[in-house]
Ligand binder design. Structure first.
Ligand SMILES: [Zn+2]
Length: 326
């Protein structure tokens, strides 16, 4: 039997600065501790150790102008040049071989006026909600261009929040045009939608005109690791209970198993801040336990894919991937 694609869907990584901190309207966790503004590179190294050990693949966002605090080419305010360079080269040498790296639009915070570079004091998801391709294309092209200039090879992007959902047809055209303009590729992917608790949850061909093609790749679970941000509990019991939501210790329960049983692809989402757990990295331990359980119970049923691998799988047999009814 052919193995089913599985992928880790990772939102919000950026060099140094936490985009969760910059767009969150509080500076403390739910249990009252100061929220970390910056993440040390040790968190990235810990993540790389885990993905390399277990062969994990998937999607890894790099926010190009994270929190309106600089950009991935010129550096980040409050984060040393040495650490910045180390973050970028580590993602390139240790993450990019296994993960599709793509922008999560420009800032994950306030929108930017592209011609002037000035901040528009509206979050970019709200800003995008009534725009058409003529406005969205330069915005998304800027995101891909910054990643390209920083040395990232990219064929797709992630919506910060639900960026573009109100104008999805325009958004899809803008993504396609941007990938073509920056990388000269007719094919691209994007991640905007969640397909949760629906049978047969798979990616689909969102647009195809015979030349250009856009594949929509959803997440098919919730981010249960998020809760590790707001607690100091890092006990083995807690770690195991969070991992259970994805896959239980006996390999028979959890969303990853449920998605598989209903014919879908387990594309399980978490966030950079979820893995870092406000400095405790409890989420990294959860991720490692999930990977161990997948290896133990599902290695004959699933195979790790990057988002670009999934895009190519869909393109190789488009008829098998029709657009679902939401
Ligand atoms: Zn995000």
């Amino acid at each position: 039997m052919k193995k089913v694609p599985i992928a880790l869907v990772l939102d919000d990584p950026a060099p140094g600065i936490s985009v969760y901190y910059t767009h969150h309207n509080k500076t403390v966790t739910e249990d009252g501790r100061p929220l970390l503004e910056y993440n040390p590179n040790s968190t990235l190294f810990e993540f790389c150790d885990i993905i390399e050990k277990y062969g994990i693949k998937g999607k890894f966002s790099v926010v190009p102008m994270p929190g309106n605090r600089g950009d991935v080419v010129h550096g980040i305010e409050g984060f040393s040049k040495k650490d910045f360079d180390e973050w970028i080269t580590t993602v390139q040498s240790r993450v990019m071989p296994a993960f599709s790296v793509g922008p999560e639009m420009l800032t994950h915070n306030y929108a930017v006026d592209i011609p002037s570079g000035k901040i528009i004091e509206i979050n970019e998801c709200t800003w995008a909600s009534d725009k058409d391709r003529s406005v969205l294309t330069p915005y998304i092209t800027k995101a891909f261009s910054l990643l390209k200039e920083a040395g990232f090879n990219s064929r797709g992007c992630t919506s910060p929040w639900s960026f573009g959902i109100e104008v999805e047809d325009e958004y899809v055209q803008a993504v396609s045009q941007s990938v073509f303009d920056v990388y000269k590729d007719n094919n691209c992917w994007y991640y905007l939608r969640g397909l949760r608790n629906v049978p047969n949850a798979k990616p689909w061909v969102e647009y195809d005109d015979g030349k250009r093609c856009v594949v929509s790749i959803p997440a098919t679970t919730h981010d249960y690791i998020w809760q590790t941000i707001d607690t100091t509990d890092s006990s083995q019991e807690f770690i195991s209970s969070v991992a259970d939501r994805y896959i239980t210790a006996n390999g028979k329960g959890g969303d990853i198993v449920k998605v598989l049983e209903t014919g879908g692809y387990p594309l399980f989402i978490t966030h950079w801040q979820s893995l870092i757990s406000n400095g405790l990295c409890t989420g990294m331990k959860v991720l490692e336990l999930i990977a161990q359980r997948i290896e133990k119970h599902l290695s004959n049923r699933v195979e790790w894919y990057s988002y670009e691998d999934i895009m190519n799988l869909v393109l190789s047999n488009k008829d098998n991937y029709p657009k679902p009814n939401f």
